[in-house]
Design a protein around this ligand. Structure first.
Ligand code: CP3
Length: 343
C-alpha cells in the first residue's frame, strides 16, 4: 500500500484527515507565481518552458505542503497541438482559431503528431517526478472532449456554450467527428503524461453542466468512459479523477458509468448531498466554495469544517469547488489548511 495519502484515498481508504490540494493552486494569487510568469513573458511561454512550469508547480507545495501537485499546463494545449492557433487576450482569456466545418475537422493533424508540440509538457512532468517531496502525488490532466470542443467551436469561452450546442444540432456528424478526434488525441496525450511520471490523471469537464439528458450520456459520459478505459488498459491501476462540473444529478453514478476512481464535485451541490449520493460510489473530491479564499474569517473556518465533517465517513480528497481566483489571499489558504488538519 502506498504511503501517499492521495493515492490511499483514491484506492477507497477513509483517512482520519483528508488529503488536500486546490484547483489553480499555482496561480496569480501567489506573488511568486506572478514573478515567474513575468520572467516567462506570457502564459503560453510559461506552459512550454519546462523549468519554469515545474517551478510554478512546486511553489504552492513549498509554501503550503499540499498533498498533490498538479502539472502546470492548460487544457487548450492539446487542441493547439492538433493545428488551430491559440492565444490569450490579456484580461479576457483564451482565443482559438475555430474548427466548425467538415474540412476543418479533416485538416486537424493526426493524433499521433501531438507529441512534437507537447514534448515540453512531458519534460515538466519528468522534472517534477524528480523534485517533488516523496509524499506528494503528481497529477496530470486534460480537458474532457466536450469542454475542449466548446473552445474549438466558439474560438473562446462562452458561458452558455451556444456555439457547440448549435453545431451539435445543425451538423451532428461533424460535431461527433470532432469529439472523436479529441478523444483519440486525449488518450495519447494522457498516456504520454503517465509515462513521463503522472501518478493520477484528472479530466476537467468544466461545461458538463450544460449537457442535459441524452446529450449528457453521449458527450459527458461516453467519451470520458472511453478515455478512462483506454488509459487503464495501458496503465493498469492508474487512478483517474473525473470533474463533470455542475452536473448536479449527473454526479450520481458518474464513477460507475465512466470507470473513474473519484468524482470531483463543484460547490453548486452541498457536501451533505454529495456525501449521501456520490460518495457511496467511491472517493469524492471537493467542494469548498473558492470565494472563501477571498473572504476568509469565521465563515471560512465554519464551511471548511462542514466539508470535512460531511465527507468524514468515506474516502475524500479536500479541494475547492472550482479554481482559486486571483483575488484570493494566501493567508486564507493557510487558515483552510490549519482548519482541515486540526479538525
Ligand atoms: O489547476 C492548476 O493549477 C493546473 C493548471 C491549469 C490551468 N488551467 C492553468 C491556467 C489547469 C488544470 C487548467 C484547466 C483549464 N484551463 C480549464 C478547466 C478547469 C476550469 O477552470 O474550469 C479551462 C476551462 C481552461 C481554459 C483557460 N485557461 C481559461 C478559461 C483561462 C482564462 C481564465 C483565467 O483564469 O485567467 C485560462 C488561463 C489559465 N490557465 C491560467 C492558469 C494559471 C491564468 C493565466 C495567467 O497566469 O494569466
Amino acid at each position: 500500500m502506498s504511503q501517499k495519502t492521495i493515492l490511499r484515498a483514491l484506492a477507497g481508504e477513509t483517512l482520519p484527515v483528508p488529503p488536500v490540494w486546490m484547483m489553480r493552486q499555482a496561480g496569480r494569487y501567489l506573488p511568486e507565481y506572478r514573478a515567474t510568469r513575468a520572467q516567462a513573458g506570457d502564459f503560453l511561454s510559461l506552459c512550454y518552458t519546462p523549468d519554469l512550469a515545474a517551478e510554478v508547480t512546486l511553489q504552492p507545495i513549498r509554501r503550503f505542503g499540499f498533498d498533490a501537485a498538479i502539472l502546470f499546463a492548460d487544457i487548450l494545449l492539446l487542441p493547439q497541438a492538433l493545428g488551430p492557433k491559440l492565444w490569450f487576450e490579456a484580461g479576457e482569456g483564451p482565443r482559438m482559431e475555430t474548427t466548425t466545418t467538415p474540412a476543418q475537422v479533416a485538416a486537424l493533424r493526426p493524433a499521433g503528431a501531438i507529441h512534437d508540440t507537447l514534448a515540453p509538457v512531458y519534460e515538466t512532468l519528468r522534472i517534477l517526478s524528480r523534485e517533488l517531496p516523496k509524499e506528494t502525488t503528481l497529477i496530470g490532466f486534460a480537458g474532457a472532449p466536450w469542454t475542449v470542443v466548446t473552445y474549438m467551436i466558439a474560438g473562446r469561452g462562452k458561458d452558455d456554450q451556444a456555439g457547440a450546442h448549435a453545431l451539435k444540432a445543425a451538423d451532428r456528424a461533424t460535431f461527433e467527428a470532432l469529439i472523436d478526434r479529441i478523444t483519440e488525441a486525449t488518450i495519447l496525450y494522457l498516456s504520454a503524461q503517465v509515462e513521463a511520471g503522472a501518478e493520477v490523471i484528472k479530466l476537467f469537464d468544466s461545461w458538463a453542466g450544460s449537457l442535459k439528458g441524452q446529450d449528457f450520456a453521449d458527450f459527458a459520459v461516453k467519451p470520458v468512459a472511453r478515455i478512462i478505459s483506454a488509459l487503464k488498459d495501458q496503465h493498469p491501476g492508474l487512478p483517474v479523477i473525473a470533474f463533470p462540473r455542475e452536473a448536479g444529478p449527473g454526479y450520481i453514478g458518474f464513477a460507475a458509468a465512466t470507470g473513474a476512481d473519484c468524482v470531483a464535485v463543484d460547490n453548486s451541490v452541498t457536501p451533505e448531498w454529495a456525501a449521501e449520493h456520490v460518495q457511496p460510489g467511491g472517493c469524492v473530491q471537493g467542494n469548498l466554495d473558492p470565494r472563501h479564499m477571498v473572504t476568509g474569517g469565521e465563515a471560512l473556518v465554519r464551511e471548511t469544517r462542514r466539508v470535512v465533517d460531511a465527507f468524514r465517513n468515506g474516502p475524500h480528497i479536500f479541494n475547492l469547488g472550482h479554481g482559486i481566483t486571483p483575488d484570493a489571499d494566501p493567508a486564507n489558504v493557510q487558515l483552510m489548511l490549519d482548519t482541515i488538519r486540526s479538525a
